[in-house]
Design a protein around this ligand. Structure first.
Ligand SMILES: C[S@@+](CC[C@H](N)C(=O)[O-])C[C@H]1O[C@@H](n2cnc3c(N)ncnc32)[C@H](O)[C@@H]1O
Length: 218
């Protein structure tokens, strides 16, 4: 619940504008994000990211960084499908506390390392650190935009697999297709494949298809 007792939902998520807004919102939302929002809408986005990743990944696509990992739904879905080493990164310490508690089927923690970081700023991670990047729900209104990819390409190894979910209106409004086309022309990434996947399976937003951009760094 938010401070006024109202359940937090998409209305609040789409109203944020700055990293401070995000830190505040997700700090308040962390404990009810899964039991409230994700359950209410029958959120399936994380499962679609995980199955798309599993279908495209090879043995070198490891370790995996889940950016804007939140409470860890993507990591949990990935661990159910394969034996990848998964790290998570998020702006919100409270969301990461939820992710830290998650365990896989074998009882081990879902995430190997969890990092507090702001994707709209330079990241304090070394070049060529991760073999894959995944994300659901982070590239959306007032959260993180296409400029974040410069740093993501830097921290990913050459040949790293990206499976990144993007809100469809944000994808159009922020010019992601043009950005990725320019990056492919410049030899930074392969030409992306775009998958259109359900985000929710219940409620008013059930017809909203998110865009999954699938490509590799070159
Ligand atoms: C809608 S939630 C998605 C969480 C998770 N990936 C999922 O699918 O359930 C968006 C996440 O992005 C994170 N976030 C927002 N802005 C960020 C930023 N600038 N840097 C890093 N994470 C950010 C939020 O803290 C939140 O955990």
């Amino acid at each position: 619940m938010s401070g006024d007792g109202k359940e937090l939902d998409l209305e609040e998520a789409y109203a944020v504008e700055t990293p401070d807004d995000n830190r505040d919102l997700y700090g308040r939302w962390a404990s009810t994000y899964e039991s409230g929002f994700a359950t209410r809408h029958a959120y399936v986005y994380h499962e679609r990211v995980a199955t798309t990743f599993a279908g495209a990944a090879g043995p070198d696509d490891d370790p995996v960084l889940d950016i804007g990992c939140g409470t860890g739904l993507v990591g949990e879905a990935l661990r159910a499908l394969g034996g990848w080493t998964i790290d998570g990164l998020d702006l919100s310490p409270e969301m990461l506390d939820e992710a830290r508690r998650k365990t896989a089927g074998d009882g081990s923690p879902v995430y190997h390392d969890l990092h507090v970081a702001d994707l709209t700023a330079p990241l304090g991670h070394d070049d060529d650190t991760w073999g894959a990047i995944v994300s659901a729900g982070t590239f959306t209104h007032g959260h993180v935009g296409p400029d974040a990819f410069d740093e993501l390409y830097r921290i990913a190894r050459t040949g790293a697999l990206f499976v990144v979910g993007i809100n469809p209106d944000h994808f159009e409004g922020q010019g992601y297709a043009g950005r990725f086309a320019a990056d492919a022309d410049a030899g930074r990434i392969t030409a992306p494949d775009y998958h259109h996947v359900p985000t929710y399976s219940l409620g008013d937003h059930v017809d909203r298809l998110s865009v999954l951009a699938v490509f590799r760094t070159t």
